[in-house]
Ligand binder design. Structure first.
Ligand code: DAH
Length: 344
């Protein structure tokens, strides 16, 4: 009985004094484990008279229960303490100064592209894309520019091999879409993208620039539809009251072809330094899709017609934001790009 009492005392003390959860686990093994000290008391049984054995057995079991209850209680306390400590040590001081994240801005050319996409999607157009490394076939041949056609010189081309090139205009995407549709009407799409030409870079030329093509093919499409569409676009891009005028021009893939001017948004057509006194600013090339182009792509030019236009995004952005050097778009000068923060 002495042994029993001292084991009980020691066990209670060990549990109460366990400083942390691992200490408590140790105590659990020492006292309650299969080879633990309480189990060890059972060995005492053989020294007891027979009639005392059951009572002793009960006492030992009672002690097991008491100790395991004590351990459980202690565990709750220690767990709460551990949690408190963890919360303390991992506390975030929300009053500390944060590190300001640098936010990027949308590139002005992409802003123009998105603006055009929104505008034309609103009129039921779809947006088409194509590869920048293009086949001569789509960039030239299907656009009514067979090999040795003199108008190929209008666009100084980066050739990769005799049949592969960096596309010189988004008209290549237009041709892919026409080929894909193969006579299926109607077609109503825009194709924005990067294009490349072997130009020497200066304030108004860049060997890489962006265009957005527009293409509509259907029954009874006329030059008047083209004019109305471009007027709508000019008003949306440069402000209400813009007028549009057509001047005759030449592109191999359109007939007739026109050069399109917008009434100067800076002087409202009166004449200023931006429009060089003329009141008009040239912004794009356009025309009625050449019957031969329609034919080559499986359309019957007697049954349908189409208009197309191609606009340079740099030109639009330069006019809209008053930028005087095209190279600004490609030199990634953060001071330039930061100007466009406020347009987000
Ligand atoms: N592809 C022409 C260029 O890059 C622009 C152009 C003119 C596109 C007339 C057209 C068009 O779709 O109809 O200079």
């Amino acid at each position: 009985m002495d042994t029993f009492d001292s084991v009980k005392e020691e066990a209670v003390k060990a549990v109460e004094e366990a400083k942390d959860l691992s200490g408590l686990q140790e105590a659990r093994i020492t006292w309650l484990g299969k080879k633990g000290k309480i189990q060890g008391l059972m060995a005492e049984m053989k020294n007891l008279p027979k009639e005392e054995k059951p009572a002793f057995g009960q006492k030992v079991n009672g002690l097991k229960k008491t100790v395991s209850e004590l351990i459980e209680e202690r565990q709750k306390v220690l767990q709460a303490e551990a949690l408190k400590q963890r919360l303390q040590s991992e506390k975030i001081d929300i009053t500390l100064d944060g590190e300001k994240m640098e936010r990027g801005t949308i590139h002005p050319l992409i802003m123009i592209q998105q603006e055009l996409e929104d505008l034309f999607i609103g009129m039921g157009y779809k947006v088409a894309e194509g590869p920048e490394v293009e086949q001569d076939y789509y960039n030239f041949e299907l656009a009514n520019l067979p090999k040795d056609h003199p108008a190929r010189d209008m666009q100084d081309t980066f050739y990769i091999d005799p049949s592969t090139l960096l596309r010189t205009h988004t008209t290549a995407i237009q041709m892919r879409e026409l080929e894909k549709a193969h006579g299926q009407l109607p077609i109503k799409l825009i194709c924005p993208g990067k294009v490349y030409r072997r130009d020497d870079d200066d304030a108004t030329h860049s060997h890489q620039f962006m265009q957005c093509e527009g293409l509509v093919v259907g029954e009874h499409i006329t030059l008047a539809d083209l004019k109305g569409t471009l007027e709508f676009m000019a008003n949306a891009m440069f402000g209400e009251g813009r007028k549009v005028r057509f001047r005759p021009s030449y592109f191999p893939f359109t007939e007739p072809s026109v050069e399109v001017d917008v009434s100067c948004p800076f002087c409202n057509g009166k004449g200023c330094s931006v429009c060089k006194g003329s009141g008009w600013i040239e912004i794009l090339g356009a025309g009625m899709v050449h019957p031969h182009v329609l034919e080559m792509n499986g359309f019957d030019p007697k049954k349908c017609s189409g208009f197309a236009f191609g606009v340079g995004l740099e030109r639009v952005a330069m006019l809209k934001y008053g930028i005087d050097d095209i190279r600004n778009f490609y030199t990634d000068d953060i001071r330039f790009l930061k100007n466009f923060d406020r347009f987000d």
